[in-house]
Design a protein around this ligand. Sequence first.
Ligand SMILES: [Zn+2]
Length: 351
Amino acid sequence: MNTKTTLMKLPGLADVHVHLRVPGGEHKEDYRTGSAAALAGGFTTLMAMPNTNPAITTADGWQAAQRQAAKESLCDVALFMGVSMSSIDNLPELGKYAPALKLYMDLTFGDLRIEGMENLERIAELWPRDKVLALHAEGESVRTGLVLAEKFHRRMHFCHISRKDEIEWIAEAKGRGLPVTCEVTPHHLFLTDADAKHLGSLGDMRPRLASQNDVDALWSHINTTIDCVASDHAPHTLAEKQASQNSPPGVPGLESTLPLLLNAAAEERISYDRIVTLLSTNPRRIYSLPEQPDTWVEIDPDEIYEFPDHELYTKCSWSPFSGTPIKGRILRVVLRGKEVIRNGKVHDYDR
Ligand SMILES: [Zn+2]
């Protein structure tokens, strides 16, 4: 391997949008399986979402989950705080704990959906200014989020932006100097609503897959407006996804994100430097994530294979990208000086 002149070294990557399903959904994923999937995909830092069961909206709930994450995870995991209609007044206190708040404006389940401009303004006002407020906002809600960012002069991060008009609104807001950032997902970069037809429920997530026109718009902003790529890893079991009724939205993504981007780099649709910016530099800066010394990912940019090249580590064990031809393989991940994965095998890990 050392004789290869093409070997490439990336810093440890950070995925700032994953669902690790703890507590309450451990049959879909847990900290151990989710973090093993992260390492297999080149990620050494994760930020996990609070829409668990119960949702994480209290200091006690957050601390218990964060303790468990630290104990069971194979990589670094930081947890978002969530907010429900009844916990808004507690935000200044909750801000002492979590590094960021996730606010659901659209299309979510359970009690995390916040409605009404008055409540949204209270949240934008009460969550500490030096911490990120991350939004699940789609369509017109993106515009509402931009109004809030402007009115309260606060940092706002837009999750999984997927439509042409949304990315153009954010570009315009950045042009006016608003302190906003955004992420896009690999499924919105590499799949369209045409794929949704043949994938069926395995291609169903929120936001839904979009038109080729939307996908093209995202790619045209990949070197400018888009700050991060985040997987929105949202595992459900195959049985749940294939149920005839109420199949839950969401797809896994931790193990496919970097291979898809490496392949895009091999096709010269994006540079390797930009991949590092989108998957490491920017997410670490936006969320003030701690540095990980002696941590890196080794890749062979020239190796060709069909994804996945190993049995997936995510507990749900399927991917909407199965069978995709990829050029660019993850060879090895070193975390704080210790090799944690080589050739698709996580060390000291029994399935
Ligand atoms: Zn999500």
